[in-house]
Write a protein that binds this ligand. Structure first.
Ligand code: ADP
Ligand code: MG
Ligand code: MG
Length: 512
């Protein structure tokens, strides 16, 4: 890890200072919904039988220092990334090429592709598609070269269920509030000058994306009122993150409902023209026509324990509702797509992103990523992945989302030994990004953990597009904007960064 540029940040607090900061932080968080439902190990079913309790979301006590140039570049190139992934989603033939390398060795990808093929045979009835994306980055400092400026490198691009946009807006306000009430010592206040704590507009901006899709759906086919459907996991600890988007939507006059994914077949129905209708269980006589199905579930095989869950995903994909994301957009988020785009001298990026200046800025964020197939670069990567000293610099990733799926560094060779070689190409091998050393303190489950941390910047993007058909095969982007940011911070002993997966905390950027 590269040496810290600000070894004295954050400063050590006296116990009185820490108590003052914590009591204000805890109250503000609950008062403003910077909260999660507690884990079962934190509060038992017996202590909270009706599920009324909430606790502060894992959060950092201080905003983490972040290089201003990297932050600004991440936000500036988000529209190019939106355009890129919308173009990939519209290119079925290209995606088929990617998926073909995976179908025999990745059952989940095969099932998703199967749904697309089924709906395509029948014909799609909705040509609009919505992406609420999040491009994730770390700051990379090459440890072998001294004096180089930090660079922004992409960890991954999320096309489904990009989370924490609701909470992130609150964290930047919280840190600003703590600064305003002098909960931070003077040395921090002097670093947190005007303009250095950018507020994230993610909650309202993502909600505006959903509202744009809702409007673009056009006139309803039924006489029912219209709504947006949040397709969610059940139970969901991160419910308040999603609620912030729902409340934002209601402010602009858009009704939404939460549908646990496993209730799709009982609480929705398809009309003969494939209009999707929601039947509220509390009021079955007042159905709603669904304009937009927003998936905060369905990205993991664990969401599909029964065959009916696949029937449910098919029902939603067949429907006239605008999907966020469609199956093709979901598949565009495969790590394999990221690897193919990052292949040196690959023609793909340029084809999807014809603007040279935009393409070269996007390209500059790619870290080296290799396939594990039998191509020349795949054979080279196999050597790296099976030799412990070389594997040390890499992370192995399957085509999965939601955290907790990767294999890191020295453990890669042992892991590959347990896997038939024919299944190796279901993974990609990525060089580890090496961020600068930073310190912070994290409040999680009521305990403060202090020490070295690693930050991961997420930049949200909203993109609404029309899929091409017939002569107009290229489709058209209708809306495209950068939609705020998220900073997640984890202890530097953990390779994984997911907040919901139990590793990280939500944070905000103090630009330096
Ligand atoms: P997921 O889709 O499951 O979130 P990610 O690709 O984001 O998968 O990997 C999960 C976590 O692993 C990231 O949040 C990050 O902390 C760590 N990670 C992934 N790729 C890298 C990398 N190239 N360098 C350093 N850390 C990484
Ligand atoms: Mg992901
Ligand atoms: Mg991730």
């Amino acid at each position: 890890m590269a040496p810290s540029l600000f070894p004295d940040y954050p400063p050590k607090l006296t116990s009185e200072q820490e108590q003052y900061l914590l009591s204000n932080l805890k109250d503000w968080s609950i008062a403003h919904g910077l909260a999660v439902r507690p884990t079962a190990s934190f509060v038992s079913q017996k202590q909270d039988p009706s599920g009324v309790l909430a606790t502060t979301a894992p959060v950092t006590l201080f905003p983490s220092l972040f290089p201003r140039a990297c932050f600004e570049e991440g936000l500036a190139i988000q529209q190019a990334f939106n355009e890129l992934y919308s173009a990939i989603s519209r290119d079925e033939n290209w995606l088929r090429g990617i998926v073909e390398e995976l179908v025999d060795i990745d059952d989940f990808v095969a099932k998703l592709w199967g749904i697309h093929v089924t709906v395509k045979k029948e014909g799609y009835v909705q040509d609009l598609s919505l992406g609420l994306f999040r491009s994730d980055y770390m700051v990379h400092i090459d440890p072998s070269v001294s004096g180089v400026s930090p660079a922004l490198k992409q960890v991954e691009f999320n096309t489904i269920a990009s989370s924490f946009g609701g909470l992130s807006s609150q964290v930047s306000v919280l840190h600003n509030y703590l600064s305003k009430i002098n909960a931070y010592p003077h040395s921090v206040a002097s670093i947190i000058k005007s303009n250095s704590l950018p507020q994230s507009k993610s909650a309202s901006s993502l909600a505006a994306g959903l509202a744009a899709a809702h409007k673009a759906y056009g006139s309803p086919r039924t006489s029912y009122p219209t709504c947006i459907l949040f397709v969610v996991q059940d139970p969901e600890r991160n419910v308040f993150d999603q609620r912030h988007l729902e409340y934002s939507l209601l402010e602009v006059g858009v009704r939404s409902f939460r549908l646990p994914f496993h209730r799709t077949l009982s609480d929705t129905k398809l009309e003969s023209d494939r209009t999707l209708v929601y039947i509220p269980p509390n009021s079955p006589s007042t159905p709603y026509e669904i304009t937009t199905a927003y998936f905060r579930a369905g990205y993991s095989p664990d969401d599909y324990p029964n065959p009916e869950d696949w029937t449910a995903r098919l029902q939603l994909e067949r429907s006239r509702a605008i999907k966020c994301p469609s199956i093709l957009t979901h598949l565009a988020g495969c790590k394999k797509v990221q690897q193919v785009l990052a292949t040196p001298h690959s023609p793909h990026l340029k084809r999807f992103l014809p603007n040279d200046a935009a393409a070269s800025r996007v390209l500059a964020t790619f870290a080296p990523i290799y396939p594990l197939d039998k191509s020349d670069s795949g054979m080279e990567a196999r050597k790296l992945a099976t030799t412990p000293e070389l594997a040390q610099r890499y992370v192995l990733k399957p085509q999965r989302e939601g955290g907790g799926n990767n294999v890191y560094r020295k453990t890669i060779p042992e892991f590959l030994k347990t896997l038939p070689e024919s299944h190796w190409p279901a993974h990609i091998l990525m060089e580890m990004i090496e961020p600068p050393a930073l310190k912070n303190a994290i409040l999680r489950n009521g305990e403060v953990q202090k020490g070295g941390v690693i930050g991961e910047l997420g930049v949200y993007g909203v993109c609404l597009w029309k899929n091409g058909s017939g002569l107009d095969n290229e489709g058209k982007v209708l809306e495209n904007w950068e939609a705020g940011y998220l900073l997640r911070t984890k202890g530097d002993q953990s390779e994984e960064g997911g907040v919901a997966a139990g590793f990280g905390a939500v944070d905000s950027c103090c630009l330096v």
